[in-house]
Design a protein around this ligand. Structure first.
Ligand code: SF4
Length: 189
């Protein structure tokens, strides 16, 4: 089979990642239950914690991003997703507006670090220093929603978005149908 034939027959790819999130949105992806079998008929999973593929193996049709950007590694991963994914989706409130991690945005970065590493009631740090190992990603001054770092094509709100919402959105995109979610899948009262 030629490379061209392989490309024609290849299924589109999907990638997922969790930045500053709690993996609850990934749990919601898995909550599509046995429809995951239908999903793998439609797509192949590329880089994702679901299959533990750590690096992109090629271009993806859809990238699902959970969590906002709290540190420099989050920014690098998000930019990598934007580069490799034709359609980028912010999944959940942390990706869309920073969510719970963004509660630190009203406090200065220095104060956050001091509380975490020096002054916290359960902290024992005899060195009196804030860790600065190059392996530890540098924290950003605040937590940024994904669309303030790269262009995002769609937002799926919720904490987490319901599995049915994620499923309907994915099927619409993968089958090239308009993304028109019914009211009951995007109401939160
Ligand atoms: Fe977790 Fe909610 Fe944030 Fe998703 S939106 S990562 S479920 S806190």
């Amino acid at each position: 089979m030629t490379k061209e034939q392989e490309n024609i027959m290849a299924k589109p790819k999907i990638a997922t990642t969790s930045l500053a999130g709690c993996f609850g949105c990934h749990m919601s992806i898995l909550d599509i239950d046995d429809r995951i079998l239908e999903l793998v008929e439609l797509v192949d999973f590329d880089k994702s914690p679901i299959n533990d593929i750590k690096e992109f193996t090629g271009e993806c049709l859809v990238g699902l991003v959970e969590g906002g950007c709290a540190n420099e590694e989050n920014v690098r991963v998000l930019q990598d997703f934007r580069k490799h994914c034709k359609i980028l989706i912010s999944v959940g409130d942390c990706a869309i507006n920073g969510g719970l991690p963004a509660m630190r945005n009203t406090i200065s970065l220095q104060e956050c670090l001091d509380e975490a590493y020096l002054n916290g009631p359960s902290t024992q740090n005899t060195s009196g220093k804030i860790p600065n190992d190059p392996e530890i990603p540098l924290l950003l001054d605040k937590v940024y929603p994904c669309h303030e770092v790269v262009k995002v094509d769609y937002h799926l709100p919720g904490c987490p978005p319901p599995a049915d919402t994620i499923w309907e959105a994915l099927v619409a995109l993968l089958t090239d149908k308009p993304l028109d979610l019914p009211y009951e899948l995007i109401k939160y009262d």
